[in-house]
Write a new protein. Structure first.
Length: 312
């Protein structure tokens, strides 16, 4: 049996060879969010800019013995203002990633998607979990289990492309996407199977690029070669997927939590499709998961910088 966290450890180890990613941390006003940012900084993954009420951040640091002397603080009076100010730091070029502190995800994301002062791009914003599943050889990307509740086919185009780009940023040798449904045949009564087929045709027509994509696939024949063989599915993805695209947020949330609580998996997470990667951590996250989320964001920021350099 492989060592727990081996995939995350490889990821973090690789990121130590990069320069720390300047990261605006929005409202780090409790122990877990402040300590998470500082630990990621000590590992050389990020260079945090703490954005929030200065006195409160200092008080939390003092109370829990967290040394923040090396990190700049941008004073913002309350959580909503901290989200806006953190986004502004990114807009001004002061940070290449954004990290959630002790504020609601909705507060941070409303500042991110603000039409005038946010971090929108032409791409729709979506979330990816990067799961470290014991016994499964590769890290497993699951999308979207946190942002888009019931995505349309149009939204799924961006969700899929975001996940493919993440696979490349994470240095996957080959990105293999299974578009999941409850079955592996196209059934007019099950809309997700029709959308899966349409997305695969878009891949054939190069409207979506950079990966092997197949669907609809049921979960068993997406990740288990024997299940795919029994069903006689002839596909370079079936049984070997490293990206699982779910039909909606409910399915994704249940899949990710099933892997976490029944299979002992860890779930690092990142939001893509904005100008910079966004690290959405939860208070329930382990230290390793927080560090892995920062490492993922660092790799996405590096890939984005390289793309910009090539295009420039």
């Amino acid at each position: 049996m492989e060592r727990q966290h081996e995939k995350y450890e490889r990821l973090i180890s690789y990121c130590k060879s990069l320069s720390p990613t300047p990261t605006a941390v929005a409202h780090p006003c409790d122990q877990s969010s402040l300590q998470g940012a500082v630990e990621a900084a000590q590992m050389g993954l990020i260079a945090p800019i703490l954005v929030g009420p200065r006195e409160r951040i200092i008080a939390v640091a003092d109370e829990h013995g967290i040394d923040i002397a090396a990190y700049p603080i941008v004073d913002a009076p309350f959580s909503h203002a901290a989200a806006t100010a953190a986004v502004q730091v990114v807009r001004e070029g002061g940070a290449h990633a954004l990290m959630k502190g002790s504020l609601h995800t909705d507060e941070l994301m409303s500042a991110v998607v603000s039409r005038d002062a946010g971090l929108r791009t032409a791409r729709r914003v979506s979330h990816c979990f990067i799961m470290d599943v014991p016994g499964y050889a590769d890290p497993l990307i699951i999308t979207d289990a946190a942002v888009n509740i019931a995505p349309t086919l149009e939204a799924k185009i961006d969700i899929l492309q975001n996940a493919i780009d993440l696979g490349h940023a994470l240095k996957f040798e080959q990105v293999r996407v299974a578009i999941l449904s409850a079955m592996e045949t196209v059934n007019p009564k099950v809309p997700s199977t029709i959308e899966a087929a349409a997305l695969c045709k878009m891949v054939d027509r190069h409207q979506i690029t950079g990966a092997l994509v197949d669907g609809p696939l049921a979960l068993d024949n997406a990740i288990d070669l024997e299940a795919a063989r029994i069903k006689k599915i002839d596909s370079p993805v079936a049984g070997r997927a490293n990206v699982l695209m779910v039909p909606d947020l409910e399915a994704g949330n249940m899949l990710a939590k099933s892997l976490s609580f029944l299979a002992g998996a860890d779930a690092a997470g990142v939001v893509l499709g904005a100008r910079v990667p966004i690290i959405l951590t939860s208070r329930a996250d382990s230290v390793m998961t927080r560090l892995a989320s920062c490492a993922v964001a660092a790799l996405v920021a590096q890939a984005r910088a390289q793309t910009t350099k090539v295009m420039g």
